[in-house]
Design a protein around this ligand. Structure first.
Ligand SMILES: *Cc1c(COP(=O)(O)O)cnc(C)c1O
Length: 372
């Protein structure tokens, strides 16, 4: 293990204790509403299996993935009393696999509802499902016209055990955006109508940021992802979430360059004075985005150093002219994601969001999980 870690070009440390603390924080904030978890896309790149196991140990009973394939590979590791929901619903013709693997579809169209109902009738068995409604994002779920059709003919859900109706917020991280209240209103109105027919019907509405919009947004079940993994849930506010991910690269070599020398592909950075450059073994093939070229930073024993030149496939270059040379030996660790340079800060430098930084984390990193 020690030797392997020494051999690896970069180390990715995932703190499952911090993850569990974040889950407890959100569950506490939700009060009596339940806290589920979005573990799609390999739990945002952190590892769906270890992350899901840690969340289940913390009491989570509702896991959300995007695709059936993800649910199938997760199912073998997760106790049956924990639901795994597939947010894209069933691929056409694969409905029976949901029963085989004990997963629950989120039905997003009348066609998906019809196929699920047909299977329920063939099996003569009530089959659980969530139905998703589009309340304004125009991405997934029943359109307004489809909802009207449903309200005219409730028999379309015969044989379906409708466990939740859900919708998704488009702008929840911006607490001032009026779209939040508009979507809430649309969802509440629909829920009121549906509950006349489906007595006690439960609802799921909020992602991470939605939880912070207040209790009206909580309903019965929330589906946070990003905040669990340490991404700040509210734009412009200090984050209450603990950081979960730490990324460290290693120095391969250093060199002295004269004033006027350029660094890296396309010579996008030029030394305005004699400089010392360190080359570190992380590149865009590892998900260290090329858009960080000349705007990212790293930390060496607490010293902030700028990335200079373009990000290469396997390496970045740092201007370490002001760092004690004793810290700059081959194999020395350089902090790329750390408390001084959080996922959100890296995202800002790269011109993207923390979600994309996490889901880009590459397969070459030596992964290490800190357990509870
Ligand atoms: C990804 C996703 C979530 C989780 O969103 P976060 O912003 O990461 O909390 C919840 N619901 C749906 C429908 C999603 O697609």
């Amino acid at each position: 293990m020690q030797q392997e870690a020494g051999r690896a070009g970069a180390l990715l440390t995932i703190d499952l204790k911090a993850l569990r603390a974040n889950y407890r924080y959100l569950q506490n904030r939700l009060g009596i509403a339940q806290c589920g978890a979005a573990v799609k896309a390999d739990a945002y790149g952190l590892g769906a299996i270890p992350v899901s196991k840690a969340l289940v140990a913390e009491g989570c009973r509702h896991l959300f993935v995007a695709q059936l394939e993800e649910a199938i590979s997760l199912r073998a590791h997760i106790p049956r009393d924990t639901n795994i929901y597939v947010m894209h619903g069933s691929p056409v013709g694969y409905e029976a696999e949901f029963i085989e693997y004990g997963c629950t579809p989120v039905l997003n169209s009348l066609d998906q509802i019809t196929a699920w109902r047909k299977l329920a009738q063939e099996r003569n068995q009530a089959l659980p499902a969530i139905i998703q409604i589009d309340t304004g994002m125009a991405r997934m779920g029943l359109s307004q016209a489809e909802v009207m059709a449903w309200l005219r003919d409730f028999s379309i859900t015969d044989g379906i055990d409708l466990t939740y109706v859900m919708s998704h917020l488009a702008c929840a991280e911006d607490q001032l955006d009026p779209m939040n209240a508009m979507q809430l209103q649309a969802f509440q109105n629909l829920l009121k109508t549906l509950r006349q027919r489906y007595v006690g019907l439960q609802a799921s509405f909020s992602n991470s940021s939605g939880i912070f919009l207040g209790p009206d947004y909580h309903f019965d079940l929330a589906r946070p992802g990003a905040a669990l993994y340490g991404v700040a849930p509210v734009a412009g506010q200090e984050s209450p979430m603990k950081s979960v991910v730490q990324l460290q690269g290693r120095i391969i070599q250093t060199r002295e360059i004269p004033m006027g020398a350029s660094v890296g592909y396309s010579k996008t950075w030029r030394a305005t004075q004699p400089s010392r450059i360190a080359t570190v073994s992380v590149g865009y093939a590892d998900g260290w985005l090329r858009s960080l070229s000349n705007c990212g930073v790293a930390h060496i024993a607490g010293n902030e150093v700028p990335m200079v030149g373009n990000v290469s496939m396997d390496t970045i270059t740092l201007n370490v002219s002001h760092v004690d040379p004793h810290l700059l030996y081959p194999g020395a660790l350089v902090d790329l994601i750390c408390p001084d340079n959080t996922v959100d800060q890296v995202a800002k430098q790269a011109g993207t969001i923390g979600y994309e930084i996490l889901t880009s984390l590459g397969p070459r990193y030596q992964r290490h999980y800190i357990d509870a």
